[in-house]
Ligand binder design. Structure first.
Ligand SMILES: [Zn+2]
Length: 135
């Protein structure tokens, strides 16, 4: 059995903290520039469209389609060795943004274009990860 702990996000990072606050509540959110309205993922300190800081976090539908995926047979991080094989998917959200995430379910069932939904998995009182599963 592996005793290596999985890496956790830095909750003190102001760029991503709102995302983790929302996932704790089972909500999926993305930043939207308060200057030009551009939505982006992953979060950045400055909007890539208007080059201004300042974002409001919008709740988006925790659903989309599997745009691409890769099945891992070797763990790049030893903390994930016990999960092999596992699938990392690139999910195209209903709002149009694409978000990477670990897929739940049988790797053999994955197929590009299949509908997916988010699963909120708490790992402790502060961190809830978003995973994805086929609908
Ligand atoms: Zn902008």
């Amino acid at each position: 059995m592996s005793t290596v702990e999985k890496p956790l996000p830095d909750l003190s990072d102001p760029v991503t903290a709102p995302f983790w606050a929302a996932t704790r509540e089972g909500r999926l959110t993305v930043p939207r520039s308060t200057v030009c309205g551009y939505r982006l993922w992953p979060p950045e300190a400055v909007c890539p469209e208007c080059l201004q800081p300042g974002f409001a976090w919008e709740e988006v539908e925790p659903a989309g389609t599997l745009w691409s995926y890769a099945t891992y047979h070797r763990a790049l991080d030893p903390a994930f060795a016990g999960d092999l094989p596992y699938v990392v998917g690139l999910v195209e959200l209903s709002c149009g943004l694409k978000m990477y995430g670990i897929m739940r379910g049988d790797p053999g069932d994955m197929a590009i274009g299949r509908a997916v939904t988010a699963v909120f998995e708490p790992v402790n009182d502060d961190v809830t990860f978003v995973r994805w599963q086929l609908v």
